[in-house]
Design a protein around this ligand. Structure first.
Ligand code: ADP
Length: 172
């Protein structure tokens, strides 16, 4: 039987513990999970380069043997075709995510026939959003419990001088 491959696309700017939970759960459901960091032209001013995002995600997911990471700037359905994915996985935090996600799932299905599977986040991660984390880290908030260690380290470096916690991150 052919391996069941799932594609998990997102901006991941930066990757956080809510994303991590979705990848871990998807990796239990599918033979392979491909995490695709997608360059989103509608989000102007990214915090991290695509290369840095890929590096941080790879470090954060090194404990999962059936997960790989790609960076792309094309349609998600094209990436799914290229990596042989039969489903797209998306995480759902709250009803507010649903409208947009439904529209995207319907468009992707219309474009290529691919199905989208939604995984509801655990309540302990439902408040996490990359945009909010960027803002909190920018103004010195301690995000170490909210993101994987490589991401905390990178945020600490980017906003060094704004916080009093990143200097203690040297062991990461
Ligand atoms: P986008 O794809 O809109 O750029 P992200 O890169 O932040 O957004 O998220 C990628 C995927 O992860 C989306 O399916 C999004 O709903 C999901 N996601 C984002 N935050 C969380 C969270 N806290 N818990 C679970 N899933 C999440």
């Amino acid at each position: 039987m052919a391996a069941r491959v799932a594609l998990y696309p997102g901006s991941f700017d930066p990757f956080h513990n809510g994303h991590l939970e979705i990848v871990e759960r998807a990796a239990n459901l599918y033979d392979e999970v491909v995490v695709a960091a997608v360059r989103n032209p509608q989000k102007s001013q990214p915090l991290f380069s695509m290369e840095k995002r890929q590096e941080m995600i790879a470090n954060a997911l090194s404990h999962l043997s059936n997960v790989s990471i790609v960076t792309v700037s094309t349609l998600v359905v094209n990436v799914a075709r290229d990596v042989g994915a039969s489903v797209i996985v998306r995480g759902l935090r709250a009803v507010s995510d649903f409208e947009n996600e439904l529209q995207m799932a319907q468009m992707n299905h219309r474009l290529s026939g691919i199905e989208t599977i939604f995984i509801p986040t655990g309540s302990s991660h439902s408040f996490l959003a990359s945009r909010l984390l960027r803002e909190v880290a920018r103004y010195g908030g301690d995000v170490r419990d909210l993101v994987p260690a490589p991401v905390a380290k990178a945020l600490g470096e980017v906003f060094a001088g704004n916080n009093d916690w990143s200097e203690n991150e040297s062991t990461l």
